[in-house]
Write a protein of this length. Structure first.
Length: 382
């Protein structure tokens, strides 16, 4: 499932960078159908989020989800998403100030009145005056995720306790996905668009988890034919005529089948998603998602594609590869310097506060002993 996140973020990035790269390499137009699914990479993220969180919290056999469990859940999710969000927001604010001082235009809108809404991750919620766009534009989906953590997951936890016939979980999963497509086709969700999207898809992912637990036949079929599902999904993405919605909906409905199929780790498809490159891309996927928009703004100023569109093919190819490398480097820096240390610090803070003063004293003693051991080991002849 970690590798699937890498697959999803790759679709999103391709959708956002496609226009730049076509200017340099017209052959990239062949990827237009795949790039047109960039937004559905977010759909896959939302479904996967509902599935994984249900797996973590319900699959562990927890018997209750009261106020204390809810508080801990919210804190851990905050530790997961907020550090990257605030770090990218700070970097972008500094870039905006520097660009203003230098008189260099930076693409996008940056209303400082909207910063409080972004710092609290509510910019994509209804009735927010500044709206979800501006600043780091991919962060709208993180705001929608935050809504799901706060308000949807408690409902999910208790809903999964219901004693329903196994086929009903499968029906409910696809009913929520169909509900989102229906809402998408109407004009009645103005202002509620993003919350409606995350609600339907997050709930669908949660229902999918109970399909995995209870519907052995459906799960086995997906596991057995997961390679066919993946091929059909990629074929639908790559070869559909642009503008047709039927193929787009078919790909959308294949996401749950792919996730069910990947629960069998022995398949070749699962081994591909669990390969080292895909795992690494999956691990940095959130950092890449949060940083690629900022990198794109900087590249438009530092390396505008219009400057190189009439140069040699070799140079244009190098520019595209440099774009990709800079994106991955920025994501790696954000992941290793901000995301992992901040997440671990916030999680440890929650554990220590839960255990009380004695636990903190013991932890301090352990940390001191660890430093002494490390100091002794460095001076040891061994």
């Amino acid at each position: 499932m970690t590798g699937v996140r890498g697959f999803a973020v790759a679709i999103v990035v391709l959708g956002h960078y496609q226009g730049m790269w076509i200017t340099l390499l017209p052959i990239v137009r062949l990827l237009n159908p795949l790039a047109s699914y960039g937004r559905q990479g977010v759909d896959l993220f939302f479904i996967l989020s509902g599935f994984i969180l249900s797996y973590v919290y319900k699959g562990a056999g927890r018997n209750s989800f009261g106020i204390s469990e809810y508080g801990r859940f919210v804190w851990l999710r905050f530790a997961r998403i907020w550090p990257n969000h605030v770090a990218t927001l700070i970097v972008l604010a500094l870039l905006v100030l520097v660009a203003k001082c230098l008189g260099t235009p930076l693409s996008g809108e940056y209303p400082f009145a909207g910063l409080p809404f972004r710092l609290t991750l509510i910019q994509a919620w209804p009735f927010i005056p500044e709206g979800p766009w501006g600043w780091n534009y991919p962060s709208w989906s993180i705001s929608a995720e935050w809504f799901a953590y706060l308000f949807l997951f408690p409902v999910v936890w208790h809903a999964l306790e219901l004693k329903l016939k196994r086929q009903w979980w499968f029906i409910l999963c696809y009913a929520f996905l169909a509900a989102w497509l229906f809402l998408l086709s109407t004009a009645r969700i103005e202002g509620f668009y993003m919350i409606a999207q995350v609600s339907c898809e997050f709930l669908a992912g949660a229902m999918l988890f109970n399909v995995y637990l209870s519907s052995a036949v459906i799960t086995r079929l997906c596991q057995r034919w997961v390679f066919i599902v993946l091929l059909a999904l990629l074929a639908g993405m790559c070869f559909r005529p642009l503008g047709t919605t039927l193929a787009s909906h078919a790909v959308f409905f294949m996401f749950p089948l792919l996730l069910l199929g990947l629960t069998a780790e022995a398949s070749m498809t699962a081994k591909f998603f669990a390969s080292r490159p895909m795992l690494w891309l999956g691990r940095i996927s959130y950092a890449l998602y949060m940083s690629h928009g900022i990198v794109q703004k900087v590249l438009k100023v530092v390396m505008p594609v219009e400057r190189y569109q009439n140069t040699s093919l070799a140079l244009r190819l190098i520019i595209v590869l440099v774009n990709i490398l800079i994106m991955l480097l920025a994501a790696a820096v954000l992941y290793y310097v901000v995301e992992v240390p901040a997440r671990n610090y916030l999680r440890n803070a929650a554990l220590l506060s839960k255990r009380g003063p004695r636990a903190r004293q013991r932890q301090c003693g352990v940390d001191e002993n660890s430093r002494l051991v490390q100091k002794g080991s460095t001076s040891s002849p061994r």
